[in-house]
Design a protein around this ligand. Sequence first.
Ligand code: GLY
Ligand code: MN
Ligand code: MN
Length: 495
Amino acid sequence: MATKKAPAKKIDTNKSPFDNKGTRLHDIPPSTDHLTFMTQGWAPSPLEGVVAHASVPFTKKRRAKLSKAYKGHRLVIPAGNLKVRSNDSDYQFRAHSAFSWLTGIGADDAVPDSVLILEPLVGKTGHEALLFIHPRSSRQEDEFFRNARHGEFWVGRRMTKEETEKRYGITVRHIDTLPAFLKGKKKVLVVRGEDKAVDSIVKTTKIQDKEFVTHLSEMRLIKDQYEIDEMKKAIAITARGFDDMVKVFPEAIRSPKGERVIEGAFFSRARVEGNDIGYPSIIASGSHACILHWIRNDGQVKKGDLILIDAGAETDAFYTADITRTLPINGKFSKEQRRIYDIVLEASNAGIAAVKPGADFGDFHKAAMKVVATRMAELGVLPISPEESLRPDRGLHRRWMPHSTGHMLGIDVHDCAQARRENYTLAKLEPGMILTVEPGIYIHPDDEFVPPEYRGIGVRIEDDILVTKDGNINLSAGIPRTPEAVEKWVKKLAR
Ligand code: GLY
Ligand code: MN
Ligand code: MN
């Protein structure tokens, strides 16, 4: 049966075609008729279903706190530009952490080149928050179907100004008005190096900008409830991702690049349930575990070896877990593997026990190192006594544990990294901080200080710890840690 065709709409050929921004050499130039045709016949899409984002009450408080610290200054916090991967292909966009933290805008709505400005109120204290964005493409210009970097037909729909205001509780302006807005103001502080246009317009002192970034980093040392909830989400996704990885061990053993099989399983979980991985996964089989940042992940996975897996899923709000487990691929630790594993677990437990309010940030590292030095001496490999090795001017045990025992964690995997030492590594722990405890022992295959049967063994156990009023909560304790639980886990899932 012939179907009845809808009558074609008439084209108004008097409408002028538009210019040609954002096209590439291999794009096929449209005809004038095509351009004109594209401006017509689009149904209106009304503002519907936009509700306030859960972060709104929190971001308001964060901005109010920042405002108090910088009276009379204009504060400029860009989301950042797209970053080129090669030629005209970009990396997936990930907004700058300070921008996301102050706006609540995460993966679902982050638009490259957006800029948050806290503008001092005239004649009053405080600031008005202004968010400059590329709002939704207009159908009266050609961007929506010709601009491969920003156009709606290429990268999807952006929110309108009104939608953004409703969702994030902030005044929104068009990005085209930003250059004029930015000119001429005297007291301005900028997060530099994120947005080329902003950097070229705003002239400031580098030292003041650096202090501003330091302040923003330090503001995130203590997490609010929204952030704690996001961290719990990230850790729950990561826990499921670890299960996924263990399940593919048999397939990994069969593949010449078994580490990649495992990496892919985690990536899939992180993308399906979250935004992404929070940092490149480390999937280190056998002696690859001794390479601290082994992210090539192209090695074989062999029965009888251990595999060190350091992976974290990032939520849509950009919060990331950072968790390491070391597992026997065949579900059973050898005597030597077990001995090293037990030392690392003891160091981890000692480290976690030292995490409490009022403790020095350095205390958990010291507690873990005491275990490592003592047990490596018992193994007969430390050429001096553990007491002597633990002196800051000696530290020989660090041959097998060269990294620090942990770091702040949150919207960045190495969170608050611009904070001053006196407020971070030299400060006291406080409730609401989230940090990793991640001791390890790495015995390189060519380490002649260690008996041959231990060479090539690398173990790390990394957990994400919330400092509470009374002590701490190990947020990642649900992922097996004891050797018995780890063996059971592998035997159950890797079949
Ligand atoms: N995955 C990076 C770290 O543990 O710090
Ligand atoms: Mn890690
Ligand atoms: Mn870590």
